[in-house]
Design a protein around this ligand. Sequence first.
Ligand SMILES: *[C@@H]1O[C@H](CO)[C@@H](O)[C@H](O)[C@H]1NC(C)=O
Ligand SMILES: *[C@@H]1O[C@H](CO)[C@@H](O)[C@H](O)[C@H]1NC(C)=O
Ligand SMILES: *[C@@H]1O[C@H](CO)[C@@H](O)[C@H](O)[C@H]1NC(C)=O
Length: 553
Amino acid sequence: MAITKLIIFFFVLLRLIPALGSRRSFEGGGEWQLLQKNIGISPMHMQLLHNNKIVMYDRTDFGRSNLSLSNGRCRVDSSDTTLQRDCTAHSLLYDVEANSFRPLMVQTDTFCSSGAVLPNGMLVQTGGYNDGERVIRIFAPCNNERCDWTEHVNYLSVRRWYATNQILPDGRIIILGGRRQYSYEFYPKEDSASSNLHNLTFLRETRDAYEDNLYPFLHLLPDGNLFIFTNTRSILLDYVHNHVIKEYPHIPSANPRNYPSSGSSILLPLDFSSLEDPTKVVAEIIICGGAPPRSYLHAGQGNFVHASSTCGRLKVSDPHPVWVMEQMPLPRVMGDMLILPTGDLMIINGAGRGTAGWLLGRDPVLEPIRYSPHENVNNRFSLMNPSTRPRMYHSTAVLVPDGRIIVGGSNPNEGYNFTGVLFPTDLSLEAYHPPYLAPHSAAIRPKITNIGNVLTYGGSRDILFTVSAFRGKNAISVRILSPSFSTHSFGMSQRMVILRLNSVWQHHSHSQTAYRATVTGPPTARIAPPGYYMLFVVHAGVPSPGVWIRINP
Ligand SMILES: *[C@@H]1O[C@H](CO)[C@@H](O)[C@H](O)[C@H]1NC(C)=O
Ligand SMILES: *[C@@H]1O[C@H](CO)[C@@H](O)[C@H](O)[C@H]1NC(C)=O
Ligand SMILES: *[C@@H]1O[C@H](CO)[C@@H](O)[C@H](O)[C@H]1NC(C)=O
C-alpha cells in the first residue's frame, strides 16, 4: 500500500515539475491568461458574433447569480422552480476587444439548450428547460449598449432540451433531437407546425439506459447531407426527404461518446486549395473522448471510471469508410474540441474520470491537447501548458479572431455554490493563447490589411496582407472558420474551409513587406453555408488575426 502511494506521489511530482517549469513561457505549450475573476454567471453556452462580442448564458433557475440586471430590472416568473422574482442576470454580452461585459435579460429557462447563427448574423437560440423548452430567443448584434434577447414562446413543435443545431445551405437552421425527442425541425418554421416535425427513429434506437444520445454530433457534409453520430453509431441523413441514406460502422471500443458520456466531434477542415473538382473533396470526422459503458451509473454510485482515451477518424467521403482509432495522451470526458486557424485542433476542458451530470466528474484535465491531423500518426498529439482551474461539467470554449480561445464556465452543482462543494461554481473567464501567438513568431505573423468584406461562391477575391519575414508562396494558405455555438463539449456549426489560393505576389505599390493573395471563394453553400466567417491568412504555421467576411446566400 505504502509503496503504491509513493509511486503515485512520484508520478504526480513528475507531471507537475515540467508543467510548473513551462508555465511562464510559451515554448510550444501556449499560455493562460485570467481575463475576468468574476463575470457573475457560469456560462454553459457561448456564441461569438461577428462584432466580436460573445453571448453567454447559463440557466435561469440556478437562483441568484453574481451579476445584477441593469437599471434595477427584475425577472418575475411564476413558473421558475427556484426564484420567482430574480433581479440578477443569467446571460451577458462579453466584448472581446474591451474585455468588458454587460448583463442581458432572459425571461424563460435556457438550461441545456442549443443555437446557431443565421446568415444575417443574428443568433437563434432554441429550447431549454421548464417554461423555456419550446421557446426560441433571438439576439441581433448591435454596436450600442441596447440590444437584448427577444423571446418567442411556443415556437418549437416539441420541447428541445439537449438538442443540437446546424446552419443549412439555404440559411435555415435544423434543430435535432433532445431529451426524449426522436425528431428534427427547422427554423424558420415550415408552413404548419405539424409539418415542421420529422421523426428520426435512429435517435430512439441509440438511446440506452443512461441516454448517451443527447446533444447529437451533427455535421453538414459537402454533399448536402447530414452526418449524425449518437452513442456509438452514425448515419448519413438526407434531411430534405427524411431518408437515412446509410449507416456507418459502429465506432470501435463500444464507448458511448454523447451526453452524458460526453466526447466531442469535429468535421476536419475541408480543403479546396488544390482541387479542380469540388465534388472530390475529402470529408473526415474525428470524435475524441467519451466514457466506457455504464460510467454514468458507476459515477452515481461513487465509482468514477477512467474516461475514454481514444479518438476515431472516419473518412465519410469514402464509399466504404472504416474507423481509424488513435490514443490520446490522456483519457478525457467533457473536452471541447476546436478548430484552430492553422487547421490543427485543440481539445480543452474536461475530466479524466466520471461523466457529465451533477457532481459526476473527477480528475479535471488541465492540459489542452493539440491534435495535428496531417502529422504522421505517432506525432499528432501534443500536451499543452495546463491551466489552474478545473473546467468540467458546463464549461465552454470558443475561438476568437485574434487566435485566442476564450474559456469559461464549469458548474457541476445544482446552484451557484462557492463553498462546501468539491468543485465550486466557476465565474471566471480565461483566455488560452495557443503556441502560434508566442511573441517570437511576430516576424512571420501575417496581418491582413485589406479585404472586401464579402466573399462569393466560386468568386475570386484579393487579400492584401503584410508579413516581415516572408517565406514564399508555399508557406501561405487562406482559410475561413465559422464561429461555433459551444455547449456541453460540442461546437455546433463549427467548420473550416481552406480556400483555393490562385496567386501570391509582392504588392510593390506598398512597402517591401506587403503582399497580395488571390483566392477563390468556397464552391457551394453545402461546403460553406451563407453567413459570417473569420478569414485567416496562415504563413509558416502562424495565423494572421482573423477578419470577418460574409458569404451572402
Ligand atoms: C457571489 O455573491 C455572493 C452573495 O452576494 C457572495 O457572498 C459571494 O462571495 C459571491 N461569490 C463570488 C465568487 O463572487
Ligand atoms: C412520429 O412519431 C410519433 C411518436 O412516436 C408518432 O405519434 C407519429 O405518428 C410519427 N409521425 C410520423 C409521420 O411517422
Ligand atoms: C447549491 O446551491 C443551491 C442553490 O442555492 C442549494 O439549493 C444547494 O443546496 C447548494 N448545494 C450545496 C451542495 O451546497
